[in-house]
Design a protein. Structure first.
Ligand SMILES: Cc1c2[nH]c(c1CCC(=O)O)Cc1[nH]c(c(CCC(=O)O)c1C)Cc1[nH]c(c(CCC(=O)O)c1C)Cc1[nH]c(c(CCC(=O)O)c1C)C2
Length: 361
């Protein structure tokens, strides 16, 4: 485990300050999927190498994590990896297929299939490559910005394990929630335990902030969310914070991002996550009213606004900052970047956040 003093001194920690609710000079900004196929230098690396091999090679993961920071004055790096490394570490095969995305050749079909999964206690030994990538990247960042680690939330991971790929309806996975509630809770508990171990390992390796992606919250609605998502999100936050403290490490801010989960904001505000991410369908003023003054909000420009011209983007950012205000706020898109976006339009987004959020502006 690297010691804190092995890492470079932070030159820019405004993202961490905003997460804790401290004053910042300008609003911090980053973009979900900022390391990815919209960058030609990423596509060049990707053409040489399979997706998961890139994730499993710390020097490559580090290289592509830093690519967007070399181009834009971003206030955070997010480690290049994927949420689906957890099902892999539990023994499932996941392939990344061109034009199709992630595919599980043998998804979970019946409750009996749970017996095939490995133990949550073993995931850290299987995911050492992520920890090595984090430690290397934290050093190579040289304090330019904090390093974010991440995981999928249990429901989102369960959905992929059962569907075997992306799905418009999530009907197979939701079928489990209705047909096999007990087995669903058993699976969610396995994923939760694995995720806690994994996230604590990420902090030990040098992650300075953690984001938990509940990318498929929208499929649940308030009732299923309360039963099958919220308790596990709570357990992850509480246990990670307890175990980080027990290891003698500094508390780290945690972000929860319930994509499509506008109905979940009040429940999530009662948990210990410092930051709640919102997508573009949520009105910032309403989100603030619901979560109260003691949470940081993150979001929420429609990613597709980056297809507009730079003048439009500049103005959209100005309006976004007016709505969120400068305090307890981290600027981001409402979901990830798409591969056909123009990198210069991300530059316009990032620059506008800093321009319009300067004090006295
Ligand atoms: C945070 C992150 C993720 N994936 C990747 C990162 C890298 C870091 C970054 O954000 O820059 C690389 C990352 N992950 C992937 C890619 C493209 C693959 C390639 O290069 O071929 C990249 C750059 C592949 C991937 N991986 C996944 C999908 C979606 C599948 C679907 O539901 O249809 C896809 C297409 C699963 C996945 N992966 C992730 C999420 C949560 C965020 C979100 O909601 O988008 C999800 C749902 C998280």
């Amino acid at each position: 485990m690297p010691q804190e003093n092995e890492f470079p001194v932070m030159k820019n920690d405004r993202l961490l300050k905003a997460a804790w609710g401290q004053e910042v000079d300008v609003v911090p900004v980053w973009a979900m999927r900022q390391a990815g196929r919209y960058l030609p230098e990423f596509r060049e690396e990707r053409a040489k190498c399979d997706f998961f091999t890139m994730c499993q090679t710390p020097a490559l993961s580090c290289k592509v994590t830093l690519q967007p920071l070399d181009r834009f004055p971003l206030d955070a790096a997010i480690i290049f990896s994927d949420i689906l490394v957890i099902p892999q570490a539990l023994g499932m095969v996941v392939e990344m297929r061109a034009g199709e995305g992630p595919v599980f050749p043998a998804p979970l079909r019946e409750p009996e299939d749970l017996a095939k999964l490995g133990s949550p206690a073993d995931v850290c030994s299987k995911l050492q490559y992520v920890f090595d990538a984090l430690t290397l990247t934290r050093k190579e960042l040289k304090g330019r910005a904090p390093l974010i680690g991440f995981s999928g939330a249990p429901w989102t991971i369960m959905a992929y394990m059962i569907e075997g790929k992306g799905s418009k309806t999530m009907s197979l996975a939701k079928g489990w929630l209705y047909k096999y509630p007990e087995a669903s809770h058993k699976l969610l508990k396995i994923i939760t335990d694995a995720t806690v171990n994994y996230l604590v390992g990420q902090v030990k390796a040098g992650a300075q902030c953690l984001q938990v992606f509940e990318s498929h919250a929208e499929h649940l609605g308030p009732e299923l969310f309360r039963k099958f998502s919220l308790p596990y999100l709570e357990q992850i936050c509480n246990e990670v914070k307890e175990r980080v403290a027990k290891a003698g490490l500094k508390d780290i801010p945690m972000i929860v991002f319930p994509k499509g989960g506008h109905f979940a904001l009040k429940d999530l505000a009662a948990l210990k996550y410092e930051v709640i991410g919102i997508d573009w369908t949520v009105d910032p003023a309403l989100a603030r009213e619901i979560v109260g003054p003691n949470k940081t909000l993150q979001g929420n420009l429609d990613p597709c606004a980056l297809y507009a011209d730079k003048k439009f983007i500049d103005n959209a950012v100005k309006e976004m900052i007016e709505k969120f205000g400068r305090n307890r706020y981290i600027a981001n898109l409402g979901h990830g970047m798409y591969p056909d976006m123009d990198p210069e339009h991300l530059a316009a987004f990032v620059n506008a956040v800093h321009k319009y959020s300067k004090k006295g502006n």
